[in-house]
Structure formats: structure tokens, C-alpha cells
Design a protein around this ligand. Structure first.
Ligand code: HEC
Length: 128
């Protein structure tokens, strides 16, 4: 009896820890970049921008953006130019960015000035 009572929590701990995300409910896109290092101010800016992407972009673009958890990945992907929102492909596509490109993202919606500011400040803060 003692053994079987202990077996239950043991199995929950052992096997419950194995599932990283539920691929059928979109959890992957929600949690994949929870690995951002927020121990620095730069990491906190990336995290703030990513919270906007998660809330406003992933429903259409999880495959484009959800795996990015570092500035270097955004730059390597060609979406961001360090220190320069105005020439960053990503920023030019955003509603309200006034860069002159197709400012229509998120498609059919708008970004608040605060949300846009998180993204601008993050890109501005990446050292060129
Ligand atoms: C309702 C769906 C939807 C939402 C939400 C959305 N987009 Fe898009 N986006 C599209 C579609 C459709 C296109 C054009 C096809 C494509 O390139 O994927 C597009 C294109 C883009 C492009 C150009 C892609 C390229 O390859 O040239 C960028 C950059 C982009 N979106 C960024 C964003 C960002 C950043 C957000 C969140 C702030 C966002 N989108 C939110 C639907 C959406």
C-alpha cells in the first residue's frame, strides 16, 4: 500500500515533466520563447517587444517569429537592423510606424502607441 501511494506522485513528477507543450493547442508558439534572458535591460526590452508579438502577431505569424528568443536571431532573420527601427523590415510593416512602407500589421487591426513603443525601443537599444 505504501509503495502504490508513492508511485502516483512519482509518476506525475517523472512523466508530467516530459511534456514541453501541447502541439495541438498552439501552446508551442505561446511558450517557445519564454527562454528570453531578462537579466539585462536589453533582455527586458526584447521581452517587452516579444509580449507584443505574442499577443498581436503569433496568431498569423507563429511560424515566422515564435522561435526567436535573441536579438541575434531577429537580425539574422533579416527582420531587424540593430539600432535602426527606420530601416528594419519588421518595424516598417507596423501600423503607426510612419516609415512609409506597408504599415498594415497586425493586419486589420492597430497597435497602440505603447505597443509600438516597446518594439521601437527594443530595436533602438540593440547596439549597431
Ligand atoms: C490577421 C493576420 C495577421 C496578423 C495578426 C499579423 N499579420 Fe503580418 N502578415 C499577414 C499576412 C496575410 C501577410 C502577407 C503574407 C505574408 O508575408 O505572410 C503579412 C505580412 C507580414 C510581413 C511581411 C512578411 C514578408 O515576408 O515580407 C511582416 C514583417 C509582418 N507581417 C509582420 C507582422 C507583425 C510584426 C505583426 C504583429 C504586430 C503581424 N504581422 C500581425 C497577416 C497578419
Amino acid at each position: 500500500m505504501k509503495i502504490s501511494l508513492l508511485t502516483v506522485p512519482f509518476c506525475i513528477i517523472l512523466f508530467g515533466g516530459c511534456q514541453v507543450y501541447n502541439s495541438s493547442t498552439g501552446d508551442q508558439s505561446r511558450y517557445l520563447n519564454s527562454t528570453i534572458d531578462t537579466s539585462t535591460a536589453a533582455g527586458q526590452r526584447l521581452s517587452a517587444a516579444t509580449s507584443v508579438f505574442r499577443a498581436r502577431c503569433y496568431k498569423c505569424h507563429a511560424s515566422k517569429f515564435a522561435s526567436y528568443s535573441t536579438d541575434a536571431q531577429w537580425i539574422a532573420g533579416g527582420w531587424v537592423v540593430a539600432g535602426s527601427p527606420q530601416t528594419s523590415m519588421l518595424y516598417g510593416h507596423l501600423y503607426g510606424s510612419n516609415v512609409g512602407g506597408p504599415e498594415d500589421m497586425p493586419q486589420g487591426e492597430t497597435l497602440s502607441p505603447t505597443e509600438l513603443g516597446y518594439i521601437r525601443d527594443w530595436i533602438l537599444g540593440i547596439p549597431p
